[in-house]
Write a protein that binds this ligand. Structure first.
Ligand SMILES: [Zn+2]
Length: 186
């Protein structure tokens, strides 16, 4: 099949068989090419489409904007230890002064004192605070993180993520991203 396409990226939101996103962080998105491949392999159901279409001489198909897996995949309980997820856990704020600017990472127990690069020892910190604390222990520096670092659950990141939605959200995704938000107890 020859496909002629003149459009920009049209990512497809991928839902698990329970109609929730396969993952939130990062948001489970496929290229439209992968989504169409999965449609032909009968692995997904199309729930919503873009107005844009791909055409071959014998065939035309609108690009899927939301698909859902036919087979349920057990989601990971713990999100990946990534830069983005650490910032998200800490709500993109320096854990010492609260600044949202110039964010870096600080080892609460400095690496020079054997501190590890783990969820439990890394916090978001602005450059000035990071520099000020240097290789000192928190008490010596008089700098205790507002929130002691911890390994978050997907649910905790999801709650924080509502404050920082992704840059691109197609309107057809919104029902699936936030439909459950009011039912969850705080
Ligand atoms: Zn700071």
């Amino acid at each position: 099949m020859t496909i002629a396409l003149t459009q920009d990226l049209s990512p497809t939101l991928v839902l698990n068989a329970d109609y929730r996103p396969l993952s939130y962080y990062p948001l489970s998105l496929w290229s439209w090419q992968d989504a169409i491949k999965a449609v032909f392999l009968d692995r997904v159901t199309i729930l919503a489409e873009y107005d844009r279409a791909v055409r071959s001489p014998t065939y035309s198909m609108r690009l899927p904007s939301v698909v859902c897996l036919k087979t349920y995949v057990k989601p990971a309980r713990h999100p990946a230890f990534t830069r983005f997820n650490v910032f998200l856990r800490d709500r993109f704020q320096c854990q010492y002064c609260g600044s949202p600017h110039d964010l870096t990472f600080d080892h609460v127990i400095p690496r020079s004192r054997g501190g590890l690069t783990t969820w439990e020892n890394v916090v978001a910190a602005c450059s000035p605070c990071n520099l000020k604390k240097g290789g000192m222990m928190p008490k010596v520096a008089g700098m205790i993180p507002h929130q002691m670092p911890f390994q978050p659950t997907v649910h905790e990141l999801h709650n924080n993520g509502r404050l920082f939605p992704p840059n691109f959200l197609h309107e057809s995704w919104l029902d699936y991203l936030y439909w459950d938000s009011e039912l969850e107890p705080e």
